[in-house]
Design a protein around this ligand. Sequence first.
Ligand code: ZN
Length: 261
Amino acid sequence: MLVDSHCHLDLPDLAGHFVEVLEAMQRNDIGCAVCVGVTLEAFPNILALAEAHACILATVGVHPEMTGVREASVDELVRLAAHPKVVGIGETGLDYYWHKDAPEWQRERFRAHIRAAREAGKPIVVHNREATADTLRILEEENAGEIGGVLHCFTETWEVAQRALDIGFYISMSGVVTFRNARIVKEVARRVPLDRLLVETDSPYLAPTPFRGKRNQPAYVRHVAEEIAALREMPIEEVATATTDNFFRLFRPTESFSARN
Ligand SMILES: [Zn+2]
């Protein structure tokens, strides 16, 4: 069994094909997918998906890219995260690619999410794009290691991965690791300790080879795991077992999720 630790099933691209998406998950033995929240406005939809399907879990947060949406207070995040199907806080982090002026509100929003996670006792899902130094610094300053989390869709160097591992974080590989020119990401996928690795699709974005450029879906997380298995010269079953165990250790979805056994 594999777990897609990060996807956006509520987006129109996937929501319109929900039955096929779930069937493809079953066929490929993807036991669980985490539908990651990006705005409070969209959160009720995500929660409804998670409540309706045993194999879907949710997180709550406001993505660093988002402007013109409702800001999340620590208290509100903690309250929403108390739901048994909500396994983490996020998507949070920093994005200086879409916001080149590196605005202070992003760092404040990020800190609020980390504080909420610590209070809620649930891990954080971190997005970092062209903001690595500040992302790591804030994780350290806010003692995010005490609650743990994942750097999702990891595309940084091995040196950055090592610092995240030192903080106590997990590293999640997306379809990017299957891209032929992704030399640095492939190196990280080879070197991250097997007990700190997660896999994800970030669907509907970033479809892995051989579906690159097409609509991505949770079932394709198998291609991410296959690539990691090839890079590490080990059977895919071993990658599946390790990444699934890691997922359950980090997100602890035990109360709400019993499909495991
Ligand atoms: Zn995402």
